[in-house]
Design a binder for this molecule. Sequence first.
Ligand code: NDP
Length: 510
Amino acid sequence: MGSVEKNAPLYTSAEGCPYADATTAQRFSDGSPVKGLMLLQDTQLIETLAHFSRERIPERVVHARAVGAWGEFEVTHDISHLTSARFLTGIGKKSKTLCRISTVGPGAGSADTIRAVRGWALKIFTEEGNQDFVFNSIPVFFVRDPIKFPSLNRSHKRHPATNLNDATTLWDFHVHNQEGIHALMLLFSERGTPKTARHTNGYSGHTYKLTKPDGTFHYAKFHFKSNQGNETLTNDEAVRLAGEDPDNHTADLYNAIEAGNFPSWTLYIQVMTPEQAETYRWNVFDMTKVWPHADFPLQPVGKLTFNKNPNNYFADVEQAAFSPSTMVPGLAPSADPILQARMFAYPDAARYRLGVNYQQLPCNRALAPVYCPYQRDGLATVNGNYGGDPNYVRSGLKPVISFTVPSSSSSGNHFAAQNANLKHNAWVLGSVDDYTSEVTEEDFAQARMFWEKVLGRQDGLQERFVGNVAVHLKRAKPVVWEDTFDMFTRVAPELGEAIRRAVVPQGQKA
Ligand code: NDP
């Protein structure tokens, strides 16, 4: 037997059988310290080695690198005239939350400060079930046709032959899918290199519906704005930190929470009536467009605070699964095609990554009573599996209610009730008919607003934007340069020209 540390705990097998020592291996031996064959009966050694090689689960194909924290959402402004969702109504109402902020393309071990949109996923544990928001740190997205979603992400990741991050594939994708220009402008602005996760905003991007049990609804976009300010890094600072301190954002958030310096965000909504949507300049289901603040002002709703670090990163954050389809009564999806597609893709990714019962994991488990006895069995069922209750719908037998069944007083979702608005339904059905959208000059209008109004507002922002694009584009093969200059020229002629001058050496043709 090896030596046992004083105060060492009594280790056991995963089945609870005690081990005298956690470091021994059983072997045949004549007493020699250096020879002797190991034994197959040594369950402690075999289990230890076997578990180690299985301790990784599939890495998220996107959003692998993340920070996370527990927290609380509190209503500061009542919006019960817009929605019945209980977590959004009643000043002072508080709900527990879990948030996960991630980069998109880079793998789990990559640097925190890499230029990327940040995923901004939030789970709100409400008495009506979980509400997940799977937002981004920029208010728009790169595509509006869901079938392009995997292609977009691959073009931002590693090349299939070289396994290198490849600037050529990124620009090649975007010059041929120019509806993404607005999101590209934000990615290559300093919003693409936030100072820390605490300084990022979270935007729904998608248009949602806020609903009432009588079937009335408003369209809404959500904005979580950082109360720490929206501070950013320059490209040079981000590159330096990626080398010197690659876990910079992870450490920053963890240490802030440990020190009791709890970061917070203010939730705002923009609200639009169905009638306004019908005549608005931009298609409200197009995720490449914002609703300008002047047209639809931000209205405060509540405050989100991170106040507790994960007890264990893998258990609380890696196993967390967020989906736009997880929605409480009072919210509903709009006809945004990317939202509709994500409502399938995210739970599907969770089933692959964590198994069919991922909702039963402690970090995902609803605080509200769950009763869906027609969804049972499957890998890692840990909820008791509804005992002997009927496992099919419309049973006439009395359930053996061994579980807490939710009260039927909840209004349930109001999706069907919304059918009451027949005129608007006809408009929606008539407008979402083309799954391969065309790129038009309208796609450049908001990118131009960003260039002129936002980046033009403060000295140095436009110059640094040009520099950020140029440094990336120079790493791409020249074959994509000319199309990229043309794409930025459609935003503003001086922008295309400035990027050309920064990329092409003087006197040389692209
Ligand atoms: P405003 O002119 O009223 O305000 C511009 C918004 O841009 C700000 O509120 C801020 O959003 C964001 N912003 C400010 N500085 C920067 C920066 N350096 N880099 C990136 N974003 C910045 O906005 P409009 O609504 O009239 O829209 C103008 C343009 O602003 C849009 O085309 C869009 O690109 C951008 N924008 C618009 C948002 C919207 O929802 N309307 C949200 C974010 C950006 P925030 O306060 O959310 O940080």
